[in-house]
Design a protein. Structure first.
Lengths: 115, 114
């Protein structure tokens, strides 16, 4: 049961344009959503998060939008730069017994920014 | 600031062999995690720890064991390696359990079982 889905395995965007990465989820109990970026041969790096009670969070060139009714979130990168070329993982967390936050990851979308 | 350090980076094991994947963090984080990533899949949680002396199973714990004797170290033990354990293993840590702060990941260990 894939609770966090990234349906686009790859995306190519011209430098300077907007990159939009999408993520859908099925579990209405998720309370936080996160995006991670991963370069080859490195571990994932935390990018940005959003609480389920918000609909937008912005950090520099990165903005995450949350549409709870559609169970959909997206990451916008504006403007896209060649250094943004990486695999982007969507993740979602829900609180379990004892205060532990279980994090579920999507399979990732590979972004290529073309100079 | 080293962050999360994993060793080794690469390893080839024969079926039935054992090994320990090392993970150390120098950020005084309470929470530590082991994930595996198979090709075309998301990260799956193997084990986690909320502090020294406390560990618990994640989604895919079979075939693995962990210990947490200190805040800094969280080794992952494979006792009888099987081809199904071929994967990339990531260790992560966070100061508190709130996931909105994000995890700090190590650079991974690529394990092949032949």
């Amino acid at each position: 049961d894939q609770q966090v889905k990234q349906n686009s395995p790859s995306l190519s965007v011209q430098e300077g344009r907007i990159s939009i990465l999408n993520c859908d989820y099925t579990n209405s109990m998720f309370d936080y959503f996160l995006w991670y970026k991963k370069y080859p041969a490195e571990g994932p790096t935390f990018l940005i998060s959003i609480s389920s009670i918000k609909d937008k969070n912005e950090d520099g060139r990165f903005t995450v939008f949350l549409n709870k009714s559609a169970k959909h979130l997206s990451l916008h990168i504006v403007p896209s730069q060649p250094g943004d070329s990486a695999v982007y993982f969507c993740a979602a967390s829900d609180k379990r017994a004892g205060g532990y936050q279980k994090v579920t990851f999507g399979i990732g979308t590979k972004l290529q920014v073309i100079p | 600031n080293a962050g999360v350090t994993q060793t080794p980076k690469f390893r080839i094991l024969k079926i039935g062999q054992s090994m320990t994947l090392q993970c150390a963090q120098d950020m005084n984080h309470n929470y530590m995690y082991w994930y595996r990533q198979d090709p075309g899949m998301g990260l799956k949680l193997i084990y986690y720890s909320v502090g020294a002396g406390i560990t618990d199973k994640g989604e895919v714990p079979n075939g693995y064991n962990v210990s947490r004797s200190t805040t800094e170290d969280f080794p992952l033990r494979l006792e009888l390696a099987a081809p199904s354990q071929t994967s990339v293993y990531f260790c992560a840590s966070t100061l508190v359990g709130a996931a909105n702060y994000g995890y700090t990941f190590g650079s991974g260990t690529r394990l092949t079982v032949v």
